[in-house]
Write a protein that binds this ligand. Structure first.
Ligand code: ADP
Ligand code: MG
Length: 211
């Protein structure tokens, strides 16, 4: 698996210059590439463009490919790109298990099989027995692990991380970072990580791109 950006740039509709210089980048299977840069430079917008969520106020140039297939014009749900944000938002009116089931790929069919897939993901996240829990009762670490599982249940072909560890306190941060990287690598996912933290970049142990 590989994620390729070919001269990708994003320009606000009322601007003449793109937010950042056109980006040419290949992220290979199980590799974590770190994207750094000052606030407002366009890091989140870059991830939006890759995932297919570019707000209407922007225009995209260049292309995004997954495993050699150009996905630039596909809608987000057809791209197979998973995203994790700073706030691991869960639907408050759904149980933890139903939140994870919401992410689960349609390829897993049948009520029992889907329930089993979610139970297995909860188990992996150290949340065995948490299916019926109210998401509001989760700790920060539990919430972050559950959010990763929800993203992975969609069976993505690449993973984008937008400062997903920045709200976690220092002790938890290293643990969750390790958890996320281990699971992404075990699945051979190319990972693009946006962060302000040089410790995140060091732990990613991959190339660093500065916008
Ligand atoms: P970063 O993640 O690097 O801090 P962003 O990608 O969030 O930066 O923002 C890049 C630029 O685009 C900023 O100038 C920001 O104000 C602007 N911006 C962000 N979201 C929108 C939007 N939905 N519509 C128009 N401009 C936006
Ligand atoms: Mg941002």
């Amino acid at each position: 698996m590989a994620l390729d950006l070919q001269d990708l740039s994003v320009t606000p509709k009322d601007a003449t210059r793109p937010l950042f210089a056109p980006l040419r980048l290949r992220v290979t299977a199980a590799e974590v590439v770190t994207v750094m840069g000052p606030s407002g430079v366009g890091k989140s917008t870059l991830l939006d463009a890759i995932a297919g969520h570019l707000p209407p106020g922007f225009r995209l140039q260049g292309s995004v490919s997954l495993d050699g297939r150009d996905v630039t014009t596909l809608p987000a749900e057809a791209r197979g790109i998973g995203v994790m944000f700073q706030d691991a938002v869960m639907f408050p009116h759904l149980s933890v298990g139903d939140n994870l089931a919401f992410g689960l790929t349609a390829a897993v069919k049948g009520r029992a099989a889907r329930r089993k897939a979610v139970e297995a993901a909860l188990d992996t996240a150290g949340l065995a027995g948490f299916y019926a829990r109210d998401p509001a009762t989760l700790s920060g670490g539990q919430r972050a692990r559950a959010a990763l599982m929800r993203t992975l249940l969609a069976a993505p072909k690449a993973l984008l991380l937008d400062e997903p560890f920045s709200r976690l306190d220092a002790s938890l941060r290293a643990e969750i970072r390790g958890f996320v990287f281990d699971h992404a690598r075990a699945r051979g996912l190319p990972v693009l990580l946006v962060t302000h933290d040089s410790e995140d970049a060091a732990a990613a142990a991959g190339p660093v791109v500065t916008l």
